[in-house]
Design a protein around this ligand. Structure first.
Ligand code: SF4
Length: 62
């Protein structure tokens, strides 16, 4: 699977960055970006949780 963060929606709360640090990181503007092209098999649960838990639904599967 692949995921992306909608940069316009992200409020920089840090939830995805702290709960799935192998997948997300902050850019220089404090907005989350996806670190990987394809989510590794063993990180897919983390990615799905991040999608579900983002308070502004900024993360989506693509
Ligand atoms: S959980 Fe959502 S709002 Fe929070 S940093 Fe991640 S993408 Fe942005």
């Amino acid at each position: 699977m692949k995921v992306k963060v909608n940069q316009e929606n992200c409020i920089g709360c840090g939830l995805c960055v702290s709960s799935a640090e192998d997948l997300f990181e902050f850019n220089d503007e404090g907005i989350s970006v996806v670190k990987v092209d394809t989510v590794p098999e063993d990180k897919q649960d983390e990615a799905k949780e991040a999608i579900e838990n983002c308070p502004v639904a900024a993360i989506e599967e693509v």
